[in-house]
Structure formats: C-alpha cells, structure tokens
Design a protein around this ligand. Structure first.
Ligand code: AMP
Length: 282
C-alpha cells in the first residue's frame, strides 16, 4: 500500500497503473476511519483494480470553525487500518495548500432547490464546499467509480447531480449505512461523545424505526409532531430537524403517493456534537 501526500507523487504511482487506469475506484473521506468507511473501501476493492482512499479534512465544507478544529485527525491509525485490508490501495492524504493552492474557497454551485433543506439549510454553503473538493478529487484521480455512503444521503444525491451536470464519466455508487451495535450510525464524530451518550444514542435510530412504522398509517405532519414531542421528553438529545422527503427529489412529502419512495432524515445535537441519520420508509 502506498501513501501519497501530494499530487505529483500520486501521479507517479498512478503511472504504474497506466494500462488499467480505467479501473480506478475513489473513496473520498475525511479520515478517522471506522467500519462505515471500510465498507466503502471493501466495495471499491471488489469492483476496481486499484482504490484511492483520500483522507482530507476539507475546510470549505465546515461552516463552524470549532467543528473544523475539533474534527478527529488520526492519519497514522487510518493508514494502519487500510494497510491491513489490501495492497491495491493508495492513500491520498494531501495538505490544504495542495488541494487549494489559491486559498481554501468554495466554488458556487446551484443545485436548484435540493440544497435548501436539511443539511444545506442548517449548514449554509456546506454543499458548495463538498462539491468543490469532490470535483477537485475527481480531476486529480480521474476514477471510473466513486463511492459515497447513504449516511450522508443528501451529499450522495448532490454528487450525482454534479456528475450529471458536468457530464463527468464517473459512476457514483451509494453504499448502505453501517451502524454501531446499538443502531447509532457510525460517524467519526461519535468518538467525541461520552460513553454514556454514545450508548444512549440508540434513541436516534429507534426514533427512525418508529417513524418507519408510523409511516404506514399516519400523515407525515403528525409523525413530525410526534418526533418533536419525543425530543421534548428528554434532555440529552436536541432535535435540529426531522424531514420526510421524496427519495428521488429530496423535496418534502406533500400527499403520500404509493408509487413513490420516501425517506426520513434527522439531525440531532448531543453534547454539542451534531449527528445525522436517515432511513428508507418504503
Ligand atoms: P466522511 O469521512 O465522514 O466525510 O465520510 C466519508 C464517506 O464515508 C462518505 O461518503 C460518508 O457518507 C461515508 N460514511 C460515513 N459514515 C458512514 C456509515 N456509517 N455508513 C456508511 N458510509 C458512511
């Protein structure tokens, strides 16, 4: 396994694979790797000759400087984890200067409405930062396939839009959410939770499971109201948003259409740490 910290050395290594350059898989991450990330890497290894795992805490997608400075950085440990997996991996761990030689500034994208609810509403500019760094990674790596988790479903949706809009010859592959034993969606941010809160955070997944049950018989407005009340009845978790949206458009559900697929999305604060999750409802 190789570790490249700049584009020049990544290019050098990729030259060795020139004849199979068509078979490169890319897994973009911000590091502090956990089983969720590893599931993406394993899928990429199964479907490509070589897999580039990028590890880069992208400053342009953070709208809270505290969140950026406290984001876990565990490169040594990440490299050891990947090294155990397979030799056909190149870790690309660039500096901010390498990724943004002219300064860490986002490009402006217009994702036509899909970005104005949920994550983009509560983290304005977030997806401009995500799209900017992902497009830059695509240019550097030139992958055939790129892997993203459904944990960040709105991000996956926006990346698919980006690829379509820019007519990039890259297949975007969504991967299912990997959860801790208690159902909490795995996240690098979970490491910052106290043991007690991390254990009790099964509350979030249990709410999603109940939403799914209720969705069979109840209106979305009533379900959202019920969720808000569940959060009022406890102190540990603070609800930021709950949304039920059409999976194909990420627009809020109006009248339930049996022909359509829906998904519920939730964002919660615990001990000042922001956790997101989502579930398919039908
Ligand atoms: P991050 O390092 O948080 O930016 O995540 C890198 C990639 O891993 C993104 O495509 C995420 O959606 C994906 N990912 C993060 N957590 C999980 C999880 N629990 N299950 C599946 N994919 C995940």
């Amino acid at each position: 396994m190789e570790v490249c910290k700049d584009i020049a050395s990544l290019d050098e290594h990729l030259k060795l694979y020139e004849n199979i350059r068509n078979q490169i898989g890319l897994v973009p991450t911000m590091g502090a790797l956990h089983a969720g990330h590893i599931s993406l890497v394993k899928k990429a290894l199964a479907e490509n000759d070589i897999v580039i795992v990028s590890i880069f805490v992208n400053p342009t997608q953070f709208n809270n400087p505290n969140d950026l400075s406290r984001y876990p950085r565990t490169l040594e440990r990440d490299i050891i984890q990947l090294n155990h997996l397979n030799d056909d991996i190149i870790v690309f761990a660039p500096s901010v200067k390498e990724m943004y030689p002219d300064g860490a500034i986002s490009e402006e994208y217009n994702f036509k409405g899909v970005a104005s609810i949920m994550e983009e509403k509560f983290r304005p500019g977030h997806f401009n930062g995500v799209a900017t760094v992902v497009k830059r990674l695509f240019e550097i790596v030139n992958p055939k396939r790129a892997y993203f988790g459904e944990k960040d479903y709105q991000q996956l949706f926006i990346i698919k839009k980006l690829v379509k809009k820019e007519k990039l010859p890259i297949k975007i592959i969504g991967c299912p959410i990997v959860r801790e034993h208690n159902g909490l969606a795995m996240s690098s941010r979970n490491e910052r939770l106290s043991d007690n809160t991390r254990y009790k955070a099964s509350f979030i997944y249990n709410i999603l499971l109940k939403i799914k049950e209720r969705f069979l018989v109840e209106k979305s407005g009533d379900i959202k109201h019920w969720v808000q009340n569940q959060f009022k009845n406890q102190e540990l978790f603070k609800l930021e948003y709950i949304e039920i949206v059409d999976t194909n458009t990420l627009k809020r559900i109006r009248i339930k259409d049996p022909e359509k697929k829906y998904r519920a999305f939730i964002a919660v604060y615990a001990e000042g740490i922001r956790l997101i999750d989502n579930i398919a409802l039908n």
